[in-house]
Design a protein around this ligand. Structure first.
Ligand code: RET
Length: 259
């Protein structure tokens, strides 16, 4: 059973409500956009944004109801965030990967690093110092690898695309990097480490950057011209890549394979 909002300050509860309402508004906007773009090339962009904010909204609700909030020693751990992030951050990276026209294998690699970053970040959150800092550093290692691949492989791949798709990629890449860097900084200043920011304020800050990273990101993406989204969606070259791994392409590779 849930413990309601016990163990939570008034400000923390307000912060969670800000996050929840922000995600619900986002779901209405992206849901409408997805319906408006139905059967069109590129409709997966508003659809992905819709599911990102739907999931985040559901997790905010579980935190409001106290279902994913647990008192650990003298502090309140909002572990529902990590259930949110482990699902939504891979989808955000998938958006950037598709936009960049990156090979599916590389997108999968970056998503694996991202899941590793969130799960080791959760371990850091549940752990006490000094061990928590060990996990924090391990998580940051994965984060740096993600940032590095965005600035190298993703960027190089996007540069080979249509100039308007590339410009949209660059705008979203920079927006994402600036926002994502806030998370490990807030973690360090908040209840999980130095305790410079009170828990309630930390919850409000996370809610605002969560809304910017999900709703703001999705708005920039889905407000692009329909023809840019259609080109960015690039399902033809993606299917070509899939077919080169499966079926005819594979048989041809096998036949020509000489050890
Ligand atoms: C933690 C702490 C451990 C070190 C690092 C972190 C990074 C978290 C990030 C979260 C991004 C969340 C987003 C959510 C909503 O869309 C786990 C805070 C590096 C980058 C974008």
């Amino acid at each position: 059973g849930s413990s309601g909002s016990s163990g939570m300050t008034q400000l923390a509860l307000i912060g969670l409500w800000i996050g929840f309402i922000g995600m619900v508004i986002g779901a209405v906007i992206f849901g409408q956009k997805a319906v408006a773009m139905r059967r069109k090339e590129g409709m997966e962009f508003p659809l992905k944004s819709f599911f990102i904010v739907l999931w985040a909204g559901a997790l905010y609700l579980t935190m409001i109801l106290g279902e994913t909030v647990t008192p650990v020693k003298d502090q309140t751990v909002f572990w529902g965030r990590y259930v949110d992030w482990v699902v939504t951050t891979p989808v955000l990276l998938l958006d950037l990967g598709v936009l960049a026209g990156l090979r599916p294998k590389l997108i999968a690699g970056v998503i694996a690093a991202d899941i590793f970053m969130i799960l080791t970040g959760l371990v850091a959150t549940l752990e006490a110092p000094p061990t928590s800092y060990l996990w924090y550093i391990i998580s940051c290692g994965a984060f740096i690898a993600i940032l590095a691949s965005l600035l190298t492989e993703f960027t190089a791949s996007a540069a080979r695309r249509n100039v308007r798709v590339n410009n949209l990629f660059l705008k979203l890449r920079n927006y994402l990097i600036v926002l994502w860097i806030c998370y490990p900084i807030v973690w360090l200043l908040g209840a999980e480490a130095f305790k410079i920011i009170p828990t309630g304020v930390e919850v409000v800050i996370y809610a605002i950057i969560d809304i910017a990273a999900k709703v703001g990101f999705g708005l920039i993406l889905t407000s692009a011209a329909p023809e840019i989204l259609a080109q960015a969606s690039n399902s033809e070259s993606f299917m070509e890549a899939v077919h080169s791994y499966m079926g005819k392409g594979e048989r041809e590779r096998d036949r020509s394979y000489t050890p």
